[in-house]
Ligand binder design. Structure first.
Ligand code: GAL
Length: 461
């Protein structure tokens, strides 16, 4: 029996663009994801999130389903362009009303909302007019959007996440261009990341100075990281694994917890890596009340001699490998889920311990973990024992970390329901609840019933 702390949060997660649909309803403006999915060739099979799971119309039914399953917390994101159709200016009353009703509905069912302000769907106007996150003016505009959200929803939302996975915005959005806004560059990722960190810091300052005392909530950021295990016992591979983690998670977490970018990044990138001024640093340092972590997979990391190409595992989420001199390798014996992601629960434990040590024992919340599988309806039911096994093993790894002294205090399954998986469209099934096109029926999978139970008992058998 593995008993989790009483304070442990059990939840599921989604993001606005992936589930809402209603892309041109309720006064919503366009986002960069609307534009990206409508650009031929960007998304597998030309899929679009115009309707997605139609949660915009069906949120009451979805929340009733959460309640019936026994789910206790729910991480959602707000669509910035639903609230500010042009990204700034006057807020859209219909957008505010939509989220207000959604939050009321959650609270009526005793489901605790965790709200992400930015899960990648930048208002298109800000991209077109200002070059999006490349522009140093964006952080202040984001902070104003955040202020509006705190004002309208902070009476009911006690857990805020400023940004989801700035690494993805930087690398997939601005290095290899596989995600919106689809830019391809070696330098822009570092500039964009810098503005994202400043945006996070400014939003947190607004919250702390004007809202936190009265509203009594917490605010943090969610970063993503895979684990990197040294490929061999050599010193060089140990250093490569450490470097890979610093280029991945340290890039965003070091400024917040340690007050600077990792030395190995500065040393290798020199002036390609922007510098914080004193004012920025004061904003960013200690700006997260908890450590939000999205974790999915693990790779081996091997040293590559400088100047030699770093042919990486294409699914390796390696960032700009040539800046790191790291090659990522998968063990062929590892089981994989549909995205070709390796299932390696011990990597989760090691990553939690690495975070605990490097960042001074923060409270860690796993804000996403889960796996895509080819689930099917058979006789009206969806059995997904592999997903149950996956979550079970990752939670056991988390529990081992807790026993080793790590302050892990929450876990959110990605995702509540099958949804629009970005560049891969609806082809990937991450949900505890099955949905498909065009029927959009909802069928809780066996994992949904199992996880609901687990959330109620706080105990893994
Ligand atoms: C995360 C992202 C989610 C979801 C998940 C599965 O990076 O935050 O939106 O897509 O990956 O791929």
């Amino acid at each position: 029996m593995k008993v989790f702390p009483d304070s442990f949060t059990w939840g599921t997660a989604t993001a606005a663009y992936q589930i809402e649909g209603g892309w041109q309803e309720g006064g919503k403006g366009l986002s960069i994801w609307d534009a990206f999915t409508h650009t031929p060739g960007k998304i597998l099979n030309g899929a679009k999130g115009d309707i997605a799971c139609d949660h915009f119309h069906r949120f009451r039914e979805d929340i009733a389903l959460m309640e019936s399953l026994g789910l206790k917390a729910y991480r959602l994101s707000l669509s910035w362009s639903r609230i500010f159709p042009q990204g700034r200016g006057e807020p859209n009353p219909e957008g505010l009303r939509f989220y207000s009703e959604l939050l009321d509905c959650l609270l009526e069912k005793n489901i605790v909302p965790w709200v992400t302000l930015y899960h990648w769907d930048l208002p298109l106007a800000l991209q077109v007019e200002l070059d999006g996150w490349l522009n140093p003016a964006l952080p202040d505009i984001f902070a104003e959007y955040a202020r509006t959200c705190f004002e309208h929803f902070g009476d009911r939302v006690k857990h805020w996440i400023t940004l989801n996975e700035p690494w993805v915005v930087s690398i997939f959005g601005h290095n290899n261009g596989v995600m919106a806004p689809g830019r391809v560059s070696r330098d822009e990722p570092y500039q964009v990341a810098h503005q994202l960190l400043r945006a996070h810091g400014k939003a947190v300052r607004v919250y702390r100075e004007h809202f936190q005392v009265d509203q009594r909530g917490v605010i943090g950021i969610t970063n993503n990281a895979d684990w990197r295990e040294p490929y061999t016992d050599s010193d060089k591979d140990h250093a490569a694994a450490q470097r890979a983690l610093e280029f991945y998670l340290g890039w965003f977490a070091d400024p917040i917890y340690l007050g600077s970018y990792p030395d190995c990044m500065r040393g290798r990138l020199q002036d390609r890596l922007p510098r914080f001024n004193q004012e920025d640093l004061a904003l960013i340092r200690d700006s997260s009340d908890f450590f939000g972590l999205n974790h999915y997979t693990t790779h081996y990391a091997a040293h590559v001699e400088p100047g030699k190409p770093c042919k990486s595992d294409p699914y390796g989420n390696g960032g700009i490998s040539d800046d790191q001199d790291v090659r990522l390798i998968s063990d062929p014996s590892w089981e994989k889920a549909s995205m070709n992601w390796n299932i390696v629960p011990w990597g989760c434990r090691k990553l939690l311990q690495w975070i605990d040590q490097r960042y001074g024992h923060p409270e860690i919340i796993i804000t996403e973990n889960g796996c895509a599988l080819n689930d099917e309806i058979v006789d009206g039911r969806v059995e997904d024992p592999k997903r149950i096994a996956f979550i079970d093993q990752y939670l056991r790894a988390g529990h081992e970390a807790i026993e080793a002294g790590v302050n892990l205090n929450g876990y959110f399954v990605w995702s509540f329901m099958d949804n629009f998986e970005w560049a891969l469209g609806p082809s990937m099934r991450f949900g505890l609840v099955y949905t498909d096109y065009p029927s959009l029926k909802r069928i809780p999978k066996s994992s949904a019933h199992w996880y609901g139970q687990l959330s109620q008992t706080n105990t893994l058998a």
